[in-house]
Design a protein around this ligand. Structure first.
Ligand code: ADP
Length: 406
């Protein structure tokens, strides 16, 4: 059985086509700059390591998906003979609000519910829904499954998800913590438990998804009990361009003293802050680490702030769970930077965290236990695989099974 996974953004469509019998990617790629004259279509056939890249005009998402399906079925780079070989399409949906605590088969009711979450994720949900409507048209009869970034965190208790603002705003506008990156946190936590040959439900786990967007999750009894992103992905860690935790009075103050508009402040907090804003260099941690090595003080400050927040959350979540058995690092920075992992684990012996520096340095884009034999907490670097989670969920829905992970 083969499943197409789609992640439709405002001007891009990321995709993977996965053979679920072997859980192997057949083809993957990205259509970027949709709507522009110089849109970029990337199509990488994994089996024989061939990659096609073309720059062409792609007017909208429908043209992008149509082109992808055509490539899959026709011409030199085809990988199937007919649309009927696509057993299902799994869609990444950013926000499921309080309505979705798991993946669902897409029908009109589900689409209406996703539409109702537009206000909660105006930059993402409309495009996610558009992807479903396009597939309904182009792949008639192929089941579609929606997998939500927020779903895994729907198990959070009310003390973790409530903000201390008038209750009315929760009732009227559903203002609360939702959390994101759910598929990633869920995946790496299960991988860690499986590497330890233990059941996830017997472990207290903190997962650190450190990419351009970054979040940390506390997982107890196999369930998310707290996470650092909130009502939007702006809360929590310092990220590529997002500020993360901040006194809510700061934007109000800046709007007042500098006559900054609401639109500008949104852009400052989301696009001009975090690693980029603090360093004044780049939003890419690799650039910051290079500059830090050269003695750049602001690069050092940026790394220090980034790491400090990670450590603070690890401590907070160990406290929330009354203990910690497993710590996992994932996503671009977490998977690849042994240096950042080392800093995040430094002076954490009060929690029983001790990494093996040699092992840590070996873990670059591979699954590895990086803690020392003496460490009470098992520390892992595990590459995330959100697409596989989406494909597994779609498969599960098709098979009508209860659980994906064992
Ligand atoms: P997203 O999917 O949110 O765009 P990724 O998970 O791909 O993000 O992570 C991207 C980030 O990972 C980049 O900002 C880059 O700084 C960081 N990164 C990738 N490789 C390394 C590395 N070897 N060392 C430090 N940071 C890295």
């Amino acid at each position: 059985m083969k499943i197409l996974v789609l992640n439709c953004g405002s001007s891009s469509v990321k995709y993977q086509f996965i053979d679920m019998d072997r859980e192997e990617v057949i083809v993957k790629g990205l259509v970027d700059r949709i709507g522009m004259e110089d849109a970029l279509f990337t199509y990488a056939r994994v089996v024989d390591n061939t990659e096609v890249k073309s720059v062409l005009h792609i007017g909208n998402h429908e043209e992008a998906i149509r082109l992808l399906i055509k490539m899959m079925i026709e011409g030199d780079y085809r990988i199937i003979n007919d649309k009927s070989e696509i057993a299902a399409v799994g869609h990444r949906v950013v926000h499921g609000g309080e309505k979705f605590s798991g993946a669902v088969l897409v029908d009109n009711r589900v689409k209406e519910d996703i539409y109702e979450c537009f206000d909660l994720a105006p930059l993402h949900n409309p495009h996610n829904l558009k992807g479903m409507e396009i597939c309904e048209k182009l792949l008639q009869g192929v089941p579609q499954v929606a997998v939500f970034d927020t779903a895994f965190h729907q198990t959070m208790p009310s003390d973790a998800f409530f903000y201390a603002i008038p209750y009315y705003f929760y009732e009227k506008y559903k203002v609360r913590r939702y959390g994101f990156h759910g598929s990633s946190h869920q995946y790496v936590a299960h991988r860690a438990a499986s590497m330890m040959k233990k059941k996830l439900r017997s472990l207290k786990v903190v997962t650190c998804h450190l990419g351009s967007g970054a979040s940390i999750t506390a997982i107890k009894n196999g369930k998310s009990v707290d996470t650092s992103m909130g009502f939007t992905p702006l809360e929590g860690l310092a990220m590529g361009t997002r500020c993360g935790d901040i006194d809510p009075a700061v934007p109000l103050y800046l709007m007042d003293v500098d006559e900054i508009t609401l639109r500008e402040i949104k852009s400052i907090l989301n696009k001009q802050s975090g690693i980029y804003g603090l360093s004044g260099i780049s939003s890419d941690m690799r650039d910051i680490l290079k500059e830090r090595k050269r003695g750049n003080k602001r690069a050092k400050l940026t790394v220090d702030v980034f790491v400090y927040r990670v450590k603070k959350y690890i401590g907070a979540y160990a406290s929330a769970m009354n203990g910690l058995d497993v710590l996992v690092f994932t996503a671009g920075i977490g998977e690849n930077s042994s240096y950042i992992r080392e800093l995040c684990c430094r002076d954490m012996d009060y929690l029983g965290i001790e990494i093996d520096r040699k092992r840590n340095r070996k873990a670059e884009g591979v699954e590895l236990l990086i803690s020392s034999g003496k460490s009470k907490v098992s520390v892992f670097a595990i590459p995330t695989n959100e697409e596989l989670v989406i494909a597994r969920e779609a498969n599960r829905i098709l098979q009508n099974k209860k659980t994906v992970f064992t």
